[in-house]
Write a protein that binds this ligand. Structure first.
Ligand code: SF4
Length: 207
């Protein structure tokens, strides 16, 4: 598989959060910062600069490029601890401590790439929540792995789709930096799509 055919692991995370967000960022190449994305970048840059040391004395690699030709995926791990020969990915996140499918999917995809690269099982990793300094262990269950493979297929299908997915238009939009570009109230599939539709809708409303 050519390098430009590999799907970025971040696309899986964006897809798990909102398929439309994934398409806007990875296909339409739209990206707008808000406080959450800015904080996220800041914490990732700190990882790059500080070469974070593990309190347990593991050897650590930061910003490690990973890939899997089998899955057609590529990405960068914030931190990989080496527990002997077994890599243990750690992803840095801002935001609440509770587990989110989109974060766990991203970490699991990194682990699956590391397995293919190193030829050893990678049973778990961790999300480090920067604000609370809490480390949440994520076990890479068969269900989570299946979810990753399912999302790879779904994201690949997005690249060949003729239209953007509809907006989710729910509480996820509140924290999304793409609101102004996406206009979820108009693009969730319930609003009129053209001036003809608008006029038809107005006609129905007054009619
Ligand atoms: S504003 Fe909502 S629907 Fe639009 S991309 Fe963001 S999360 Fe998705």
């Amino acid at each position: 598989m050519e390098e430009d055919q590999l799907i970025p692991i971040s696309a899986l995370q964006h897809y798990a959060y909102c398929p439309r967000q994934c398409a806007l960022i990875h296909i339409e190449q739209v990206f707008v910062d808000n406080i959450w994305t800015a904080k996220g970048k800041w914490s990732h840059e700190r990882v790059d600069e500080e070469h974070v040391l593990s309190s347990k004395g593991y050897t650590i690699t930061t910003s490690l490029r990973v890939w899997s030709e089998r899955l057609g995926l590529t990405g960068i791990c914030d931190v990989v601890e080496w527990h002997g020969d077994t890599p243990y990915p750690v992803e840095f996140k801002h935001g609440p401590r509770k587990g989110h499918l989109w974060d766990d999917t991203q970490l699991c995809a990194q682990a699956m790439c590391l397995e293919d690269m190193c030829g050893v099982p990678v049973p778990e990793g961790a999300i480090y929540h920067v604000s609370s300094r809490h480390r949440r262990v994520v076990t890479f269950t068969p269900e989570l792995r299946a979810k990753v493979e399912e999302m790879v297929q779904a994201v690949r299908a997005l690249y060949t789709a003729e239209a953007l997915p509809p907006a989710v238009h729910d509480q996820r939009c509140t924290h999304c930096s793409l609101q102004d570009v996406c206009m979820p109230e108009w693009t969730d599939g319930t609003a009129p799509r053209s001036w003809y539709d608008v006029l038809a809708q107005v006609g129905e409303d007054i009619g």
